[in-house]
Design a binder for this molecule. Structure first.
Ligand SMILES: Cc1ncc(COP(=O)(O)O)c(C=O)c1O
Length: 391
């Protein structure tokens, strides 16, 4: 029976009871090599004429189960798993572009993706144009003859800007451009970009999919011919393969994804609302608030607004004092775990950018990013309020 609800799908996604002797938890296949029964079989598997495994870097049954799971949850034809989100991003982009190609990407997004695109421009002549991705027409205006990829990150890290998925997908398909959406912040529970015409979805599974801050992994899901490039070409050359133990841990995380994110959506909304009423908070960025400039668009393409909230306390000093004063929230980079994590962007994730670059990307000195966990929301608010006293 095909499950309709995401809650059911998340629990059962990727399982193959028959193939695994009825094992309810997918086994961890520790083998790095797989034997053949004959030279003919070896030749067929090596040349991808027959399904099968032969070498750890190129795939494994536990990894397969995880790929099947994320493909089901993202409504994708196929998926591939990597050792980290950046492994997924770099391998995907390198598998699709050649020297002389062009990428259009948001001017405000995960800073390491920005750095990767800058490196590709400097070293390999794959240029990128960075645009305000909240206006889809900016993607169209940036198109050149050699544009290969539209990169999307919605909601974006850390400003929670929203990109119109169907409009950007429509512009791309008219111009034969591949669309890739980083869906890390939303998770497939809140948003499924492929249903809006996007070609590929990327995840840092380190975040919500793993969900417990205990693994590093990446995933890409989407159209089969594009995923085949990762499976038969990208992973072979660049080697950012996921370990079977980590694939298993990610699968276990996915079983509770819906429960966790449903709670994180509620907690984040309550916190965003309370922060927006606090006198020491200059601005709150949360797509679930009616005051968010793209709230209506977020309502159209998301079924929940996610667990990420950013807010501005006015200055570098105030931002640092706030994160130094929290007692329950954890001062750390990363996001998407069950525990609430706080960071001050200018001194942490965006510290590698110059102040001018940060300002251009809207990262103000007092910007604080909160990854809201599943704790009791009143405990979290009490902690934030006492820390705001110190600002
Ligand atoms: C939106 C987004 N995409 C990709 C990544 C990279 O993922 P990873 O750290 O798993 O390599 C991150 C990491 O913070 C992220 O926030």
């Amino acid at each position: 029976m095909k499950a309709k609800s995401f809650f059911t799908k998340a629990v059962r996604a990727g399982e193959e009871l028959e193939k695994n002797y009825g094992a309810v938890s997918v086994p961890i296949y520790k083998s790095a090599i797989f034997a053949f029964t004959s030279a003919d079989e070896a030749a067929a598997v090596h040349s991808h004429l027959k399904d099968g495994y032969f070498y750890g870097r190129l795939g494994n049954p536990t990894q397969d189960a995880l790929e099947k799971a994320i493909a089901e949850l993202e409504d994708a034809e196929d998926a591939f798993a990597f050792a980290s989100g950046m492994g997924a991003i770099a391998t995907t982009v390198l598998s699709l572009v050649k020297s002389g190609d062009h990428i259009v990407a948001p001017n405000s997004m995960y800073s390491t993706t920005t750095l990767l695109f800058k490196e590709l421009a400097e070293k390999f002549k794959v240029e990128a144009t960075f645009i305000d991705a909240s206006k889809p027409e900016n993607y169209e205006e940036a198109i050149r003859e050699n544009t290969k990829i539209f990169w999307i990150e919605t909601p974006s890290n850390p400003l929670l800007k929203i990109t119109d998925l169907s409009k950007v997908a429509e512009i791309a398909s008219r111009n034969d451009i591949i669309t890739i959406a980083d869906n890390t912040f939303a998770t497939p529970f809140n948003q499924r970009p492929l249903n809006f015409g996007i070609d590929l979805v990327i995840h840092s599974a380190t975040k919500y999919l793993g969900g417990h801050s205990d693994l590093t992994a990446g995933l890409v899901a989407g159209r089969k011919p594009l995923i085949d490039r990762m499976r038969f070409h990208g992973i072979k050359l660049y080697g950012a393969s996921i370990a079977p133990d980590v694939a298993w841990l990610t699968l276990r995380g996915i079983k509770t994804l819906a429960l966790r994110v449903e709670r994180q959506n509620c907690n984040a909304f309550t916190i965003a609302k309370r922060l927006s009423e606090h006198p020491k908070v200059k601005a709150v960025y949360y797509p679930g608030l009616p005051s968010h400039p793209q709230h209506e668009l977020a309502r159209k393409q998301m079924t929940g607004f996610g667990g990420m909230v950013s807010f501005d306390v006015g200055s570098i000093e105030a931002g640092k004092r706030l994160v130094d004063s929290v007692k329950l929230c954890i001062l750390a980079t990363s996001l998407g775990g069950v525990e609430t994590v706080i960071q001050h962007s200018a001194s942490m994730t965006h510290a590698s950018l110059s102040q001018e670059e940060r300002m251009k990307a809207g990262i103000t000195d007092g910007l604080v990013r909160l990854s809201v966990g599943i704790e009791d929301v009143e405990d979290l608010i009490e902690d934030l309020e006492q820390a705001l006293e110190a600002c």
